[in-house]
Ligand binder design. Structure first.
Ligand SMILES: NC(=O)c1ccc[n+]([C@@H]2O[C@H](COP(=O)([O-])OP(=O)(O)OC[C@H]3O[C@@H](n4cnc5c(N)ncnc54)[C@H](O)[C@@H]3O)[C@@H](O)[C@H]2O)c1
Length: 322
């Protein structure tokens, strides 16, 4: 299979490295914001070329699939070109910062195009374990966290480019909540720029936030996030159930019941799993094992981007059906 990679940063490299270990897969094209960066990545593969124009890349090479690993503000144009040419794509979260994902999701659906979104928490063994335990439990409420330090890439601290922490990072926890507990009906957010704008020049993102979500099935969730910490502290989701607490954290899952705590860890690397499942879907034409399609991920986008509106107006936002 011939694969193209759009983006030459941290996560394009992560996918490139995973793809290099999957047999029958060849990354033959890299698209960067400069030809130097694209060619530097291309040199790591025996048969790859660097590009700066996506049309030129797709005119010159017949690619089976393309990975889009660019910052949130750079989405839209790449997806649209791939849709025009009917080329399956894997796109890193978040889907964007504006409205484009809604139109893209409609076109993906109309074309029946195979897509996958980088919500790798869904592919974790631990998440699957908690999902199976939930068959026998009733969840009352959920508490989610992304209590961390600020990533120092310049686009991340600019709210117009990243969408802010809730859209860029905490999106994983919102997506996990949807996957484990159900769809969200209403969102209310309180955000503040408490100190990072004084510490880091050009920082326009909120650095503390608390979001209350009401699900259609009545479950209530609170998801907190901050990027003021000097060191990462806590990332995960706790579910409060009729038989105790279930927790998926960044490195394990726990089933905490009266008198017992069971711990589960991941056997497989979820990034490798999501890549293999996407490539198998492209190879066979059967997308049924993909756990996060573009059409599904757009619902997470709707929730995370609604928080900005809620925080600005001080009012809850009701999710329209999409
Ligand atoms: N799933 C995960 O766990 C996970 C982890 C890290 C990053 N990500 C996501 O991956 C995406 C990229 O993050 P990153 O860490 O690689 O960022 P990065 O800053 O390291 O790299 C971004 C790359 O995109 C390129 N780029 C920017 N605008 C472009 C454009 N218009 N055309 C072509 N290239 C362009 C930049 O030159 C850079 O090479 C983000 O959306 C991030 O949220 C996901």
């Amino acid at each position: 299979m011939k694969i193209g990679l759009i983006g030459t940063g941290f996560f394009a490299e992560k996918h490139s490295s995973i793809l290099s270990k999957i047999s029958g897969v060849d990354v033959t094209a890299f698209l960067g914001s400069s030809i130097e960066k694209a060619e530097k990545e291309a040199r790591k593969w025996s048969n790859a070329k660097g590009y700066i124009h996506v049309e030129e890349m797709l005119d010159q090479q017949k690619l089976d699939a393309v990975y889009i690993c660019v910052p949130p503000m750079a989405h839209g144009a790449f997806e649209n070109v791939l849709l025009e040419r009917n080329i399956p794509f894997f796109v890193e979260k978040p889907l964007g910062v504006r409205e484009e994902p809604y139109e893209i999701a409609k076109r993906v659906e109309e074309l029946g195009l195979i897509t996958s979104v980088g919500y790798q928490w869904r592919y974790r063994d631990t998440t699957q374990k908690i999902r199976s335990i939930l068959q026998e439990r009733k969840v009352g409420m959920a508490l989610g966290y992304w209590m961390d330090t600020m990533p120092m890439v310049p686009w991340w601290r600019d709210v117009n480019k990243s969408g802010g922490q809730f859209v860029e990072q905490t999106t994983h926890i919102v997506d996990l909540l949807r996957y484990l507990c159900g769809e969200i009906k209403e969102v209310y957010a309180a955000f503040n720029r408490s100190m990072m704008h004084e510490k880091v020049s050009g920082s326009t993102v909120s650095d503390v936030g608390s979001v209350t979500l009401t699900l259609h099935n009545g479950i209530i969730a609170t998801i907190l996030n901050t990027c003021i910490l000097p060191k990462s502290y806590k990332v995960g989701l706790e579910l409060y159930t009729n038989q105790g607490v279930l927790e998926v954290s960044i490195d394990e899952a726990r089933d905490v019941r009266e008198g017992s705590i069971k711990r589960y860890s991941d056997e497989l690397d979820p990034y490798v799993v999501e890549n293999k499942i996407f490539l198998d879907a492209v190879r066979t034409g059967d997308p049924s094992s993909i756990l996060s399609t573009y059409q599904d991920a757009v619902k997470t986008h709707q929730v995370t981007t609604a928080t900005g509106h809620s925080a600005m107006t001080g009012k809850p936002v009701i999710m329209e059906s999409i």
